[in-house]
Design a protein. Structure first.
Lengths: 281, 281
DNA sequence: AGGAACTTAGAATAAATGTTCCCACCACTG
DNA sequence: CAGTGGTGGGAACATTTATTCTAAGTTCCT
């Protein structure tokens, strides 16, 4: 009797094994693989019959799946899924303790991640409190009413601008991402009219280009939607509507967590409005 | 026949119930109570026979114990022990889905924001639990050791790629953002050697370009760091190291909150390493 | 010391669960 | 078109598992 040399013993190994073989699996087994990865709790606790029903599969398929992965049977595979529950359980408390006590149990990298996660959660809670519904609505008014939307963000703010540019385009809005490619920035800005909208994203230290573009736009009567930090931003006086975000910050490094969250919310909020308008028309 | 009105339904309630009756229990049942409180994992996952043997008790005693607490049988009591595992190790997708499906059609903009904030916090907690320190360290090893770093992300993943490209450059790493500008994508990829690194960011629905570039790189022996979602991503089998992120999702719209948080953590973690190396030299 | 009430052990039982097996089905090949 | 290799469905099977039951044991009171 040969042993199952390739049967994973840890959950992460199992996860990797499933992911790796996904292409070589038959359709039904892939269906199980998908269910298993997204419902590991069920895999660990429910019975074969239950899992089979929820995944829309025959019980025997689950045994086939287990054997394909090198296990003796379903029971043996389920044991691995159960280790995930027991292994991660005490870790949770330990990790928090390690974080607060500054214990050496964690590597530097994961401690950084812990900090950013905590800071990110704080930033999101802060965002919830600080951002008023009226500001959001006014921002959406601008986005909805504009003929063309120009989005500008430099350096660290560029990813946000890129996301907004992409997502606004997908919503069917005429959108231009002012990326300054080929030094065409000022020419692009010349084309903006007062029926358009400039979305300017900038955080401290504020990009001079972005501030200048904002000023040009404001001088020409172009509406400006500013996404910036609340404290004394040069964008604020130039923008008709300002959305203030104080994003997470650890050791001087600013995260984009909360800003991205707000950007996505803007997009979805706008999408809903457009849907509603289309339906009401 | 009256129902079991006093059967605890939550683990904490069960814990309290056991502790309270500890004195009024018979010796053997108290023995079980002691074992149950100190080995809740076994109580949740093992069979009656196993638990009985480990606790030095007869199987039937466990059933009597359960009935004393007001349960119908051992199985029913075990269910409560199992809730402890699932409650502390929740399936985030379910939670996030419950958050969205449960809520009434998010009418106004601020409710959208609320949802994304909640979903974002959940995603960050998820990230905290699922991302292991070893994965993170291995990712940093790759980033630190590479001569050149190529970053690729399309569509919704592009903002993440843009951020990484920008931040890696600021850390002094030679970085190329594969933006496909002017259709030069494949030419750019030709230049990558096995001493470089490809960072590929892709989420469902996976960009065909990104997957293909990954495959090309993997075929040429180029190390690949994948940033993708955990469920059956085509990136995973191609990448040497994978960082799995399940980002927040509301009404089918995926946020970038958690992904960005992880990206920033990577950057700062790498920055720390580089500082340390410089100081130690 | 003897009996009543309660507790326990262990085999017997019934239910459920995992697993096997066989046939039908589909896609591909000669 | 028949053959072949792989895949899936579902019923039959064997095993495990929870539960019940009865007799023996223990404790405690009078």
């Amino acid at each position: 009797m040969e042993p199952d040399t390739d049967a994973p013993t840890s959950f992460t190994a199992l996860q990797a094994a499933i992911a790796q073989r996904q292409n070589s699996l038959s359709p039904r087994l892939r269906q199980i693989a998908e269910y298993a990865l997204s419902n590991p709790n069920d895999m660990a606790l429910e019975t074969v019959a239950q899992i089979a029903e929820r995944a829309g599969v025959q019980p025997s398929a689950l045994i086939r799946f287990s054997k394909t992965l090198g296990f003796d049977g379903f029971t043996e595979m389920q044991r691995v899924f159960r280790t995930r529950l027991t292994d991660n359980m005490p870790n949770y408390k330990e990790r928090i303790r390690a974080l607060t006590d500054g214990g050496p149990a964690l590597s530097d990298a994961s401690r950084v991640l812990e900090h950013f996660i905590d800071a990110g959660i704080n930033a999101l809670e802060h965002l919830r409190q600080e951002l008023t519904a009226t500001d959001l609505d006014r921002a959406l008014d601008l986005l909805e009413g504009a003929e063309h939307i120009y989005v500008m963000g430099q350096r660290r703010s560029f990813p946000v601008a890129a996301y907004l540019g992409y997502a606004l385009g997908r919503l069917g809005r005429r959108t231009v991402l002012l990326d300054g490619l080929g030094g065409m920035l000022r020419q692009q800005v010349q084309a903006i009219t007062d029926r358009d909208l400039l979305v300017a994203i900038s955080f401290k230290p504020y990009s001079e280009d972005t501030v200048e573009i904002c000023r040009m736009a404001a001088d020409n009567g172009v509406p400006v939607l500013g996404i910036t930090d609340g404290t004394l931003s040069p964008i604020m006086p130039l923008a008709g509507v300002t959305l203030a975000v104080e994003d997470a910050q650890v050791k001087g490094f600013r995260s984009l967590t909360a800003t991205m969250c707000m950007a996505v919310s803007l997009i979805v909020g706008l999408g809903q409005r457009l849907d509603k308008d289309k339906a009401g028309r």
